[in-house]
Design a protein around this ligand. Structure first.
Ligand SMILES: Cc1cc2nc3c(=O)[nH]c(=O)nc-3n(C[C@H](O)[C@H](O)[C@H](O)COP(=O)(O)O)c2cc1C
Ligand code: SF4
Length: 445
């Protein structure tokens, strides 16, 4: 995999990288000035031509999403920026927000001009205190410099950007849950259609885009669509639904790895390259047992699947849900997949918002069955039961409102399919790795 000159992370770690002065010294806001001279349609075309796909998890083409807004809409259009970053293992948005907020803000300003929006909200999870403080200061600097507010640079373009802190739940990152939360309500995802581009925030047309997506927009306008498209992977001819995977991507590497971190690499790096070339291998000379390709909701790749490219199309070839957030979590061969899967199930059972019965009950059942297995009382048929429950909940089987449920089912399906002998051996051994809640309670008294 050819390395690329870092662009998204280029300013990370530089002294005073978050200030407007240093950003402008490094050429910042030239892309915005360029965009102000372009028509909204020209900007949208440039973003479409670049092949940019949203970095928040679903990989939807950004320029195409913008075209879903109603034409010549008289009322307000909103741009809601998703900084919830709730997918386990994902921390690229936080690094961008803390270290180079103006790169994101410039992308937001360009995007607002493109979609004819005069108001943008950045939604942040509440734990991201530093991101909030840094972004707040950066926005204040922009107002003071006349780059936000009324009649920006005398062009007649008005724009306000607001920061909004959520209560920190996984579901706040789902775009319609985020919209509900922005409106001051509980983050219960909405039934779609209508999609947010038609009826979103305050029931007005709204685009929801991720933080990293906004950073990419800045560089696409600055360097051009061809530059962006010169990196990555073209569409898979065997998959008519694949729109290609272009541009640089921030891969988050964590778990059993010598050098965890956030790495900027063109889309299409393999897990093996990431682990060996960037992450310095697995600690203590251990081997890889499994890899999460892009947040735990995407499922698991096995050690035999490490050479599959981590582009938008690749993980699907290994039976995973997708690339997700490109948060790669490495599991070494000393780790029990029974434990790993139990932790995943516990997370999703906790985070289900409870609106849809298959998700509310299904996530809880999966957690209970895995608890039973871990407490030495599992039966072999539990594995089929888990697979059946996991396969019957979600948007894909058509039983729920949002994709949290699909994400909860995928690691279960993958783990049992790919690591079944380990689960069977565990059940047959009658091993007990945890005590029952009652025993734990009794021990505590
Ligand atoms: C349960 C769930 C959680 C999500 N969490 C996030 C998140 O934290 N950040 C994010 O950008 N997208 C998240 N998404 C995806 C968003 O719904 C949406 O697709 C994305 O913000 C759109 O931005 P993009 O097109 O720029 O990727 C989540 C989706 C689901 C189903
Ligand atoms: S799928 Fe789950 S998280 Fe999503 S709306 Fe339904 S109950 Fe809530």
């Amino acid at each position: 995999m050819p390395k690329c000159e870092p662009v998204l992370l280029a300013r990370v770690g530089k002294p005073d990288s978050a200030s407007l002065a240093t950003y402008q010294r490094d050429g910042g806001y030239e892309a915005f000035k360029k965009a102000l001279k372009m028509s909204p349609e020209e900007i949208i075309n440039e973003v479409k031509t670049s092949g940019l796909r949203g970095r928040g998890g679903a990989g939807f083409p950004t320029g195409l999403k913008w075209t879903f807004l109603p034409k010549n809409h008289a009322g307000p259009i909103y741009l809601a920026i998703n900084g919830d970053e709730s997918e386990p293992g994902t921390f690229n948005n936080r690094i961008l927000m803390e270290e180079d907020p103006h790169q994101i803000l410039e992308g937001i300003m360009i995007s607002c001009h493109a979609i004819k929006s005069n108001t943008s909200y950045i939604y942040l999870r509440v734990e991201y205190g530093k991101s909030y403080r840094v972004l707040k200061q950066a926005i204040e600097e922009l107002y003071a410099a006349g780059l936000l507010g009324k009649n920006i640079l005398g062009t007649g373009f008005d724009l306000d950007i607001y920061l909004h802190r959520g209560a920190a739940a996984y579901i706040c990152g789902e775009e319609t849950g985020l919209i509900e939360s922005l409106e001051g309500k509980r983050a219960w995802p909405r039934i779609k259609p209508p999609f947010p581009a038609i009826e979103g925030l305050f029931r007005k047309p709204t685009i929801v885009n991720n933080i990293e997506t906004m950073a990419c927009v800045t560089h696409i306008i600055n360097r051009g669509a061809d530059w962006f498209k010169s990196m990555g992977v073209p569409p898979d001819p065997n998959n008519p639904r694949d729109a290609g995977s272009y541009g640089p991507k921030l891969y988050c590497l964590s778990g059993h790895i010598n050098k965890p971190g956030c790495y900027e690499i063109p889309l299409g790096v393999t897990s093996r390259e990431l682990i060996e070339e960037y992450g310095g291998g697995v600690p203590n000379g251990r081997k890889v047992k499994a890899v999460v390709p892009g947040g735990i909701s995407m499922g698991f790749m096995s050690a035999d699947e490490l050479d599959i490219p981590l582009d938008f199309n690749g993980p699907g070839k290994a039976g995973c849900l997708g690339l997700g957030t490109a948060a790669v979590v490495v599991v070494d061969d000393a780790t029990s997949m029974v434990d790993v899967l139990f932790n995943c199930a516990r997370f999703f059972a906790h985070e289900s918002c409870g609106q849809c019965t298959p998700c509310r009950e299904g996530t809880a059942w999966m957690q209970k069955i895995l608890w039973r297995i871990r407490s030495g009382q599992g039966e072999l048929r539990d594995l089929d039961l888990l697979t059946e429950v996991a396969g019957s909940m979600g948007i894909i089987p058509g039983t729920t409102i949002c994709g949290l449920s699909d994400g909860a089912g995928w690691p279960v399906k993958n783990a049992i399919q790919k690591f079944r002998p380990e689960f069977e051996e565990f059940i047959k051994s009658g091993k007990k790795v945890i005590r029952h809640a009652e025993e734990l309670m009794a021990a505590a008294h």
